[in-house]
Ligand binder design. Structure first.
Ligand code: NAD
Length: 357
């Protein structure tokens, strides 16, 4: 297979970790007989410096011409004083919308070797957990009608949560399909005891569940889900939810893994092309020091192989290499916790993973 990948390295640690992920993808592609090529494009603060805009047209066109996109991170103190519409982060919304991405996949996995990094007690996390949050990305209250009006207590501001059957079915299918590829359990999270939009969400998900009899389907109210995630995260496999609930719950889920440098994400649309990126930011405090953990970016590359190219064996080869390296006790500085020893640099960790593939 031929894979043409657009690389958006961005700012801070972005270039270091994207280089690591590209090296891992290149080696994996070579082993399995695929031809892979990379085309870098500027995004974020470095694009502001070079081109005067965080998302140059050339970057959008390059991504649209690629088979899939790997992003590092954008932003940093140098650009913090700029107005909202020219800030580096503006490029993230711009590229997601240009690529028509309406689904966000956020795995939250606690590796047994990193159990001590979780803020949850041993008795709660057990042997670790491995869940996937499927979040609707382009609808709901973040995109609904908003404004000011005169209300009962004077001037008030309002935002509107609205979902159509089409939008719910579209995200629901992604979640059921993802559940089919995992342990066939799906929990849909809503607030159907209060919100009309959630009642339509629940009814539509129930309708879809009849088309996926092999998936063990359940519903949960969002307030209960927020509690259950810290009480017993191992009960979840795939979770599907709306834009705002997903925003909040995916951050909660990432925190209980305890290691932000390990977590990958994917944003997908109707085509196979996706945007794959670590969930962390540009970490300006450690940028340029070769201290960054490249694993979130490397696992984002593995997600790309799985979701954009359906190269499951290849994705697993990368994930197994990461497991092997962690089980052998290798750690970057952010993963050290209370462990003694010398942490690996970003390039040393990348080398270990390359050797393990
Ligand atoms: P951050 O995720 O960059 O950093 C938070 C903390 O985690 C820092 O101490 C950092 O050193 C550490 N960290 C993050 N990733 C790491 C890694 N791979 N290895 C080791 N340590 C790691 O969040 P922040 O400090 O709030 O934001 C910094 C900048 O990144 C801001 O400009 C912010 O707007 C931007 N940001 C960008 C994205 C994105 O590009 N998707 C996401 C979040 C934040």
């Amino acid at each position: 297979m031929e894979l043409n990948i657009a690389l958006l390295k961005g700012d801070g640690i972005g270039p270091e970790i994207v280089d690591s992920a590209a090296a891992v993808l290149e080696k994996t592609a070579g082993i399995y007989g695929h031809k892979i090529s990379f085309a870098p494009y500027p995004i974020g603060g470095c694009a502001i410096d070079e081109r005067g805009t965080p998302l140059p047209q050339e970057t959008v066109e390059g991504c649209l011409a690629s088979d899939s996109v790997l992003l590092g991170a954008v932003g940093g103190p140098k650009w913090d004083g700029l107005a909202g519409d020219v800030r580096p982060e503006k490029a993230l919304l711009g590229i997601r919308s240009a690529l028509g991405l309406y689904t966000n996949l956020r795995p939250a996995k606690l590796y047994p070797a990193l159990r001590s990094a979780s803020p949850l007690k041993d008795g709660i996390v057990g042997e670790g957990f491995d869940l996937l949050i499927v979040r609707e990305l382009t609808g709901g209250i973040y995109f609904g009608d908003r404004g000011y009006r005169e209300g009962k207590y004077g001037t008030e501001a309002f935002d509107t949560e609205a979902y159509s059957v089409t939008e719910i079915e579209r995200i629901g299918r992604v979640a059921f399909e993802a559940a089919m590829k995992r342990s066939k359990r799906l929990c849909s999270i809503d607030k159907a005891n209060v919100l009309e939009s959630s009642r339509l969400w629940r009814k539509t998900m129930h309708g879809l569940s009849e088309q996926y009899p092999d998936v063990q389907y359940s519903d949960m109210f969002v307030d209960n889900a927020a509690m259950q995630l810290v009480r017993d995260p191992g009960q979840f496999d795939v979770i599907v939810t709306s834009n705002m609930f997903g925003d909040i719950l995916s951050d909660e889920a990432s925190q209980i893994t305890g290691s932000i440098g390990m977590l990958a994400s994917a944003s997908l649309g109707a085509s196979k092309r996706g945007l794959y990126e670590p969930i962390h930011g540009s970490a300006p405090d450690i940028a340029g020091q070769n201290k960054a953990n490249p694993i979130a970016a490397i696992l984002s590359g593995a997600m790309m192989l799985r979701y954009s190219f359906n190269l499951i064996r290849e994705a697993e080869a990368i994930e197994e290499a990461v497991n092997k390296v962690l089980d052998a006790g290798f750690r970057t500085a952010d993963l050290m916790g209370t462990e003694k020893g010398v942490p690996l640099t970003c390039t040393e960790m990348t080398e270990k993973i390359l050797e393990a593939i």
